[in-house]
Design a protein around this ligand. Sequence first.
Ligand code: DHB
Length: 357
Amino acid sequence: MLGRVRAGVLEHGTVELLDRAGVAGRLHAEGLVHDGIELRFDGERHRIDFRALAGHGVTVYGQTEVTRDLMDARAASGAITIYEAQAVSLHDFDRASPKVRYVKDGIDHEIACDFIAGCDGFHGVSRASVPAGAVQAFERVHPFGWLGLMVEQPPVSDELIYASHERGFALCSMRSRHRSRYYVQVPSDERVEDWSDARFWDELRRRLDEETAERLLTGPALEKSIAPLRSFVAEPMRLGRLFLAGDAAHIVPPTGAKGLNLAMGDVGLLCAALAEFYGEKSQAGIDAYSARALARVWAAERFSWWMTSLLHRPPGMDGFARRIQRAEFDHLRSSQAAARSLAESYTGAFGVAGVTG
Ligand code: DHB
């Protein structure tokens, strides 16, 4: 879990939720507040000023760091966490008393539950346990991937750079002031073994303007991997007493870094619904969970899909499609309304449900 490399951009509402859970101490000490991003189109630059346009910035703090903070807080609370359970299975979530069974150290266990929160990722057992036909899946697989590289060097720029180039998309991101994360768009069938560090740096430089390319500090890759780009939503997100949350229910392409923020929105809603159930003996939040979560999910799916379409070069792209991208970029430069729309979606003005409304 802690070995996986994921985006590190937290919306304001996500930070608020972590604050309310009392796990944001290190985040505030080490996270970097960013008030904007830079877009590049064939070397031309345009900054989107989040604070001016949407009233908030975002916080750059690695997803693995969030996971670490949550695991530490959980351990400190004395609550039991079982790691590396084998043969996990879900039972009777369509009845009043669902159960989770698993094997640990060769011994069978069963947990009697009121509810099951299925937060076990895209390949987890939760969604797979739902009878065929009870969930409907909606999907787009984008015909390219992201080759990402982590390096122990200061970032090339104080803010993230999203670059659209004839050779394909490139992203300059970071985890801290001394650790940088870079990506280049590659074909879906590309193999990471075919990318030496030198080839990666060369390709990245070509997709940036000259001045940025010259400033780029390179070094040996701490990590290098290829991520596919996929949009996926399963509906509904509640089946009886089973709730799907995070990647168990939906995937966004990485452009715009919505994945973790969406998962946080789900658990924020779920937490409020369960508090209502136990505190006020009301089913209302539970009954509304799926519809409320899906409204946010589709808003983020739209944004991630749009930002992906704006910046990438799909195979076989023709002159018409490239010129439409160019016009979209010019529209963002000339229309404050267009820039504000990007800023609102990027910073999460649609809010983490249960926190900012
Ligand atoms: C990162 C990933 C993203 O998808 C993004 O939009 C911004 C940053 C990252 O890994 O740092």
